[in-house]
Design a protein around this ligand. Structure first.
Ligand code: CIR
Length: 262
């Protein structure tokens, strides 16, 4: 199926990004841009058409487009990010997503970050984090109910987003860091715990039959490869200093043949 990956250029202001759990360290914008471009090339190589939004100097975190929307088969939900500085990011993303899906919106006082929403089939796991509040979870539940999706809140400990700690690596398997989420919350899935010391690998991006994981996680790579998965390593070290992972930098949209009128 034709697939679009919506991305956004790395802001020259990325050094002023929001941080939840990391100490601030300098980010080399040129290196971040080179790594981001390589990431886009990987997506392109795996069959995505890249729709790259312009970098925004005044929106330090705008490269992390995942947080601005939840894309489902039938609709897309434009979020209201938990960090106030990130709320102006949604407009440009909504303008593009509106071509492909009818849009629904999370509204105040609710907050929700797309990084807190993990979809498996017709179920949406939603992380309870500093970024996604109870009103956000409740609004999401109401918005998607008509489309047959069930929303399941999940506790997240000591990390930014749910998907920092658990992500899908196949239609049935989840890759998970048990220091941040409880494997029992995902009991009816095959749960693969990340090898010791490779916490960053818990944020993997499944694209078709391929799984993107960050470089520097050889035990995870070997574990997934031994299960027959096509594993692609992507160097994301510069944006990782801004607490961004591989899912964060794109919104993957299966487009079918039709586009909606804008
Ligand atoms: C933030 O704190 O919002 C950004 N510095 C990082 C966002 C990463 N996004 C994600 O995990 N989905």
């Amino acid at each position: 199926m034709p697939t679009v990956a919506i991305t956004r250029g790395v802001s020259p202001g990325i050094g002023a990004c929001e941080l939840g759990f990391l100490e601030r360290e300098p980010i080399d914008v040129d290196r971040a841009r080179a790594q981001h471009a390589a990431y886009e090339s990987v997506l392109e190589g795996l069959g995505c058409r890249i729709f790259r939004l312009e970098a925004e100097a005044g929106l330090p975190d705008s490269v992390f487009v995942e947080d601005t929307a939840v894309v489902l088969d039938e609709v897309a939900i434009i979020t209201r990010p938990g960090a106030a500085s990130r709320r102006p990011e949604t407009g440009a993303v909504a303008a593009v997503l509106g071509r492909y899906r009818p849009l629904l919106h999370i509204v105040a006082p609710a907050t929700l970050d797309g990084g807190d929403v993990l979809r498996t089939g017709r179920r949406l796991y939603v992380g309870r984090t500093a970024r996604s509040n109870e009103a956000g979870i409740a609004q999401l539940r109401e918005l998607v109910r008509a489309y047959g999706y069930e929303v399941r809140p999940v506790a997240v400990r000591d990390c930014l987003h749910l998907k920092s700690a658990v992500s899908a690596v196949s239609a049935s398997a989840l890759l998970l860091d048990p220091t941040h989420v409880d494997p029992a919350d995902f009991g009816d899935h095959e749960v693969l715990e990340i090898p010791d010391g490779e916490s960053g690998a818990a944020n993997a991006l499944l694209l078709g039959e391929s799984v993107l994981i960050p470089t520097g996680c050889p035990a995870t790579r070997d574990m997934l490869a031994a299960m027959g998965m096509d594993v692609v390593e992507v160097d994301n070290r510069e944006l990782a200093k801004a607490e961004g992972g591989l899912t964060c930098c794109s919104l993957i949209v299966a487009t079918g043949e039709r586009e909606h009128a804008v």
